[in-house]
Design a protein around this ligand. Structure first.
Ligand SMILES: [Zn+2]
Length: 204
């Protein structure tokens, strides 16, 4: 049941770099980070946040749409700056696997389980409401089994690398389609992807 006390008008700012988007979703003075930057790029992320006038300590929580190095690389660094890392249960097996993608010598801060907030997607509406954000996180496998997407009541959805249906290659088409259908069923109208500009939700 949507909470009428929550604002459905939320500012959305991109603080990404190097062709990867990092979305900041705002409510009042609180900010939620959707995707957490490249490995070793915490300095660049801080610079982007300053440039866009977003204080680091306003970022109360954040999550990775999936555990690839360009989406979860700064997770532990952000935790050290006070961000609560939301890990959805679908993602638990992939968190440790992130280091597999890191090249030797890359300045990666391994993600510790201490301080992570384990969440089930079915509980995400409540967790978001605690931040003043009206929306829900749902599993959207297709690009990776650990992929989740955020859908705001406003119709904005944050899909990470979920493959557009028209671009399915080696992915399982049925799985990808089911994920997009779930997003549409929740009222998603504008797609904020991991690596491109926002675009209108394509019809089924
Ligand atoms: Zn990916």
């Amino acid at each position: 049941m949507p909470n009428p006390g929550l604002s459905t008008v939320t500012p959305i700012v991109n603080v990404g770099f190097r062709s990867t988007n990092i979305w900041v979703v705002g409510a009042g003075t609180t900010r939620l980070l959707v995707d957490l930057g490249w490995v070793g790029m915490m300095g660049a992320l801080q610079h982007e946040l300053r440039r866009k006038d977003i204080p680091l300590d306003a970022i109360r929580a954040g999550f990775a749409t999936h555990y690839h190095i360009d989406h979860a690389g700064c997770a532990e660094d952000l935790k050290r700056h006070g961000m609560a890392l939301w890990v959805f249960e679908e993602q638990v097996p992939s968190v440790d696997g992130l280091s597999r993608w890191v090249k030797p010598g890359e300045p990666f801060t391994p993600i510790r389980s201490e301080g992570n907030v384990l969440l089930r997607c079915v509980d995400s509406r409540r967790a978001l409401a605690d931040l003043g954000i009206a929306g829900e996180v749902i599993p959207t496998p297709g690009h990776s089994p650990c992929s989740v997407s955020l859908v705001l009541n406003s119709g904005a959805c944050f899909t990470g690398d979920l493959t557009p249906e028209a671009m399915v290659g080696s992915e399982d088409r049925t799985v990808v389609r089911a994920s997009w259908d779930r997003l549409r069923a929740l009222g998603a109208r504008t797609v904020y992807p991991g690596h491109a500009a926002p675009y209108p939700m394509p019809p089924a």
